[in-house]
Design a protein around this ligand. Structure first.
Ligand SMILES: [Zn+2]
Length: 182
């Protein structure tokens, strides 16, 4: 008797066959230096029959990716590119963003980027593309909120339009050597 027969006898299916894949957490869109990270919605076009509409955005210099955020502590981000205009730039932008908002690792399609969630937080700023209001923050409450949400605030408190992800200016690392007691 081989394993196939045993599986058949006990009605065991190979693992994971019937599980629906987990939907992504976010849809990321990169245009120029602007990174939008919005909550993923089931109506979004992906790689199905309409995938070409998404892929073709690359011709206009736009990169589109789906992001899965894990429950690990610190969390990790899995990236699946749907349209790629400039892969190197997209990898860099997503790595910097993920580090800013506190994720520990970024899984790109072909490599793993280890991030430093303990880097000094510094400040972050953004300008609302709709009403033009400028926002800047460096406070502990702001960063706590960012780290809890896994992204920067994504709605403008004045016009309620979507905000791009904020530009991060990390704090300076302490250069002091560890103090030794004599
Ligand atoms: Zn606004």
């Amino acid at each position: 008797m081989d394993f196939d027969e045993i599986f058949e006898m006990f009605g065991i299916e190979p693992e994971g066959e019937d599980e629906a894949p987990e939907p992504p957490s976010f849809r990321a869109t990169i245009r120029g230096s602007r990174l939008m990270v919005v909550a993923w919605m089931p109506h979004l076009l992906t790689s199905g029959p309409t995938g070409r509409l998404v892929r073709d955005r690359a011709e206009d210099g736009v990169t589109v990716a789906d992001l899965w955020v894990t429950d690990d502590e610190p969390s990790e981000v899995i990236v699946e590119y749907l349209a790629v205009a400039d892969r190197g730039r997209a990898d860099r932008l997503l790595s910097r963003w993920a580090e800013a908002v506190g994720h520990g690792r970024l899984w790109l399609p072909d490599r793993l980027v280890t991030l430093d969630p303990d880097r000094p937080l510094g400040s972050a700023k953004v300008e609302c593309p709709t009403c033009g209001a400028g926002w800047q923050d460096s406070g502990a409450d702001f960063w706590e909120n960012v780290r809890n949400c896994g992204r920067f605030p994504a709605l403008c408190p004045i016009c309620n339009a979507d905000l791009p992800q904020w530009q991060w200016r990390p704090g300076r690392r302490s250069r002091r050597a560890p103090q030794r007691k004599a």
